[in-house]
Design a protein around this ligand. Structure first.
Ligand code: C2E
Ligand code: CA
Ligand code: CA
Ligand code: CA
Length: 278
């Protein structure tokens, strides 16, 4: 029995080590990946339900690794956060997204774009500096940039996070609360954070039209947010029934595979181009 335990221990230990080595090597690759163009930005359209057109997009990072193929952000974002590599990655995204917004505006395509800002970056000085310089550079209108943050961004040091977010909002960008409903103490945060938008998490949205409790949660969140003067985005919409439910519930914007998957920039531009245009 002891031998079995010992063997389990060693097996476990070596497994951990192999996993650790894999993670370390992946993070070593990340700097190189940014420098050599393996990191791409894909954009998922957000449909305005009132205007019935795409007014905004969410930037989602993609890593096209030469040996491992496409690596999902769900896998490497948490690693990058742990390894202190999230700042360079996010600065890369910010720069790329700024360039793309500027190019769209130059073509007469008025789109705003959101980037995801990890919890630990919200009050990071380096990120703050980079953001300030983008927002005051005149390269894009500050109002065309949205920062998506999660509740966890504000739990560790709420005062500091709120202060940082207020300074970004004062420069003209918008702040969106991402994955709403999945964190804790949600209600109080809504009041004192400088938010302009709330994104209801896919886990509530998905079955809102089928499940009474989910539907109730979505409808009351929309009413609450509107009462606080916030716009509401529902994410993860995969079928028509769900979209109809959200329209009837007064939701402002919809995002999900039903409307479009995240697309590379060129594909997004094709998607947005009216069919009649030559
Ligand atoms: P998120 O911010 O909640 O982004 C939405 C995720 O849901 C995206 O996954 C998107 O592709 C996926 N999605 C959109 N519509 C649907 C749908 O109808 N059905 C389903 N099943 N999924 C849908 P993705 O691109 O794999 O990103 C996963 C997560 O990784 C994001 O979740 C975000 O937390 C993080 N992430 C992505 N890009 C970045 C980034 O540049 N910086 C940071 N810090 N995090 C990022
Ligand atoms: Ca997001
Ligand atoms: Ca989300
Ligand atoms: Ca999420």
């Amino acid at each position: 029995e002891q031998a079995a335990e010992a063997s389990a221990f060693w097996h476990h230990g070596s497994l951990d080590r192999a996993l650790l080595e894999q993670k370390v090597s992946l993070m070593g690759d990340l700097d190189l990946a940014i420098a050599t163009g393996q990191i791409e930005v894909h954009y998922q359209p957000k449909l305005s339900l009132a205007e019935d057109r795409i007014t905004s997009v969410e930037a989602l990072v993609r890593w096209r690794h030469p040996e491992r193929g496409m690596i999902r952000p769900d896998l490497f974002i948490p690693l990058a956060e742990q390894a202190d590599r999230i700042a360079p990655l996010t600065l890369f995204m910010l720069d790329q997204v700024t360039q793309d917004i500027a190019a769209w505006n130059a073509q007469g395509l008025m789109l705003s774009a959101a980037i995801n800002v990890s919890a630990r970056l919200v009050s990071d000085e380096l990120f703050g500096e980079a953001l300030r310089s983008v927002l005051t550079s005149g390269r894009i209108k500050a109002s065309s940039l949205i920062l998506e943050v999660t509740e966890s961004a504000t739990i560790h040091d709420p005062e500091r996070a709120a202060h940082a977010l207020r300074s970004y909002r004062d420069l003209g960008c918008s702040i969106s609360m991402d994955d709403y409903g999945t964190g804790q103490s949600t209600l109080s945060y809504l009041q004192w954070l400088p938010l302009s938008e709330l994104k209801i998490d896919r886990s509530f949205v998905q079955h809102a039209h089928l499940n009474h409790a989910d539907g109730l949660m979505v409808r009351s969140t929309i009413d609450l947010a509107h009462g606080l003067g916030l716009k509401v985005v529902a994410e993860g919409i995969e079928d028509e029934g769900c979209l109809t439910f959200l329209r009837n519930a007064g939701c402002d914007m919809a995002q999900g595979y039903l409307i479009s998957r995240p697309l590379p920039r060129a594909a997004l531009e094709d998607f947005l181009r009216p069919v009649s245009a030559v």
